[in-house]
Design a protein around this ligand. Sequence first.
Ligand SMILES: [Zn+2]
Length: 254
Amino acid sequence: MLNHRATSFLAILVLLVLAIAHQFVPLWMGWYLLVALLWLGITVYGSFTLRSNYFLTAVTQGPSTAKKVAITFDDGPNSTYTPQVLQLLAQYNAKATFFCIGKRLESQIDLAKQMVAAGHELGNHSYSHSWFFDFFGKKRVTNELKRTNALVSEVSKQSNDLFRPPYGVTNPAIAKAISETNNTVVGWNVRSFDTVSKDPKAVINRLTKKVQPGAIILLHDSHDRIQSILEHLLLFLQQQGYEMVTVNELLYDS
Ligand SMILES: [Zn+2]
């Protein structure tokens, strides 16, 4: 798969060849635009597709050898919905990974401690989760990662390097920040669209169709449909004989 550096190099090379050829033969100017548009299209696709490993290497699934899945929750902790999620996870003897927004984690330290005490794992989902996060420079992204890493370590009492980029978007600034903080970037291979879809049944159908051994499932503990969605999902996984584990356990203990 092409990465950002190789794609950019190739685009510049083709543009140079076109410019040189242009000296000797008449050339349609649209070729330049086509190369630029192709580069842009690939780069936008790479930005929005973590599994393409375009800007950085991301983990998007575990080994399929054991019947284990990792359920992950983004955008919490939330004082209303996270406790509901914790109760359900306990009921089904499931462990999960929570990619926390640093500023929310800071204001919900006791809740976060409960999550860790129950055997769940905390990960980093930036400090601000700002709408403009993908326009921040390397320094600002690095600061956000370090600040939330410190909070996660403080609450977990152990270093945990998991990071999920807000909106699943990556870019050169995030890639440079990661090379400094050394976080492990975690994506998913089963997306629920639980924040977009208002119909829990449609979300559950999508999830149950896509689940397979080694899956990393993306959910959010930040909305009022999560309780119903999670209960159906956990029941399905239990009936199918799946073990619900943390991302680290999925990746390294299978
Ligand atoms: Zn998010």
